[in-house]
Write a protein that binds this ligand. Structure first.
Ligand code: AMP
Length: 225
């Protein structure tokens, strides 16, 4: 199964992506995480992406497409994968269609988490992330078990640089301008809009009941806790 998870920054994509991939045992591929790793490793790709990302814009289609192609060619993607943050432009969506067809993957299922603008701004100020494994928390609605450290590896949590208010607002603007047309592109496919202004558990239940229609077994109890 190939899943595309859409939603504006702060809509809870990271949290849902972790829940879904734990359940379906497919890898979650976040192009944002991959780019942050490239920046950290100071690769050529990282260097050219850094300034665009710092201002909340989009990295060029060619660079991101190439990075994605390399990732989905890995053996762990053979039985499907979830994409979080890709495609973000219509050009990327067309490229993905071509790659999926060439590699005989099924048509993707599109999950769109829709959250009102005001709720996103409120959430963003309480968002924290583990700099080591990338897991995302919200200190109000989805806090770690122990104060400000990651449940998985104990690393102190941080505020992402691009979660600062001005940059976050620019990311929302970019999303509206560039990514809304991608949703229109997928409108007549296996496309599902889900209200993302609910608890992570509620949203996960909504997602699992959609995916069960595609023949996957229900998630074991406790998957979303
Ligand atoms: P994310 O973690 O998905 O919010 O991505 C963080 C940043 O990485 C975005 O604001 C973009 O600058 C860049 N980025 C991530 N995915 C893409 C993509 N598919 N196309 C272009 N830029 C991307």
């Amino acid at each position: 199964m190939v899943l595309l998870l859409f939603g504006p920054p702060g809509s809870g994509k990271g949290t849902q992506s972790r829940l879904i991939t734990n359940w379906l045992k497919i890898p979650a591929i976040s192009t944002g995480e991959m780019l942050r790793a490239e920046i950290q490793a100071q690769t050529e790709l990282g260097k050219s992406a850094q300034s665009v990302m710092a201002r909340g814009g989009l990295v060029g289609d060619d660079l991101v497409n190439k990075m994605l192609l390399g990732r989905i060619a890995q053996p762990d993607c053979q039985n499907g994968f979830l994409l979080d943050g890709y495609p973000r432009t219509v050009e990327q969506a067309e490229y993905l269609d071509q790659v999926l067809a060439e590699r005989k993957f099924p048509l993707p299922v599109i999950l769109h988490l829709d959250v009102p603008y005001a709720a996103l701004i409120a959430r963003m100020t309480s968002r924290r992330q583990c700099p080591k494994c990338g897991r995302v928390y919200n200190i109000l609605s989805n806090p770690p078990k122990h104060d400000n450290v990651c449940d998985d590896d104990g690393t102190p949590l941080v505020v992402r640089k691009d979660d600062q208010v001005e940059i976050f607002t620019e990311r929302l603007r970019t999303y509206d301008e560039m990514t809304r047309p991608v949703l229109a592109y997928y409108n007549d496919r296996h496309y599902y809009q889900i209200s993302g202004d609910r608890s992570p558990k509620y949203i996960f239940e909504a997602i699992s009941s959609i995916l069960e229609r595609y023949g996957v077994p229900p998630p074991p109890n406790g998957t979303s806790d």
